[in-house]
Design a protein around this ligand. Structure first.
Ligand code: HEM
Length: 142
């Protein structure tokens, strides 16, 4: 990521939040429409609470990752491992992060600038590195 990307990512999230009280329904609707096999993974989440909490954690992690990176990189690595227990394969993480980006882009329309688009492209690529390198004993040496 380059200087200015954190502000662009934050702006996209703030603009979407101003237009939509709860991103949970549009994000998961988009996810399940494009990837129907993911819906049954949430079958135990009858109230939708897990989906909502998970998205909130993901958005917080994205903001941290785009900014100070105090915890998000290791959180993502940890979640890749714990989610294997929910039958969630690692490649789905990139799909989920991309679905968040696509949902924001649709919501904010013309306010999705070229700078925001480029910042998200770089963010998604860097997030993916941690998804594909979940072993913290290896990445600590990088
Ligand atoms: C950094 C990314 C992620 C974070 C921080 C995260 C966080 C969480 C948390 C905190 C829970 C437990 C919530 C609770 O029990 O209240 C959870 C459960 C779950 N997550 Fe994620 N998650 C991430 C990515 C994903 C992805 C990409 C998928 C696949 C679409 C996924 C699918 C699930 C499923 C199926 C459950 C269990 C639902 C249940 O208990 O019924 N997660 N996640």
């Amino acid at each position: 990521m380059i200087p200015g990307d954190a502000e662009a990512i934050t702006e996209s999230l703030e603009r979407a939040a101003a237009l939509c009280d709860d991103l949970t329904p549009p994000v998961y609707a988009r996810l399940f429409a494009a990837h129907p096999a993911m819906e049954p993974l949430f079958v135990a989440d009858r109230s939708g609470q897990v989906r909502g909490e998970m998205l909130a954690r993901v958005i917080e992690a994205i903001l941290d990752f785009a900014g100070d990176r105090k915890y998000a990189a290791t959180l993502i690595q940890t979640e890749v491992v714990t989610h294997a227990g929910y039958d969630v394969p690692p490649e789905v993480f990139g799909v989920f992060f991309g679905t968040v980006a696509d949902t924001l882009r649709d919501l904010i329309g013309e306010a999705w600038t070229a700078d925001i688009d480029a910042a998200w492209t770089r963010l998604l690529a860097e997030l993916d590195w941690y998804v594909t390198h979940p072993d913290q004993s290896e990445t600590a040496l990088v």
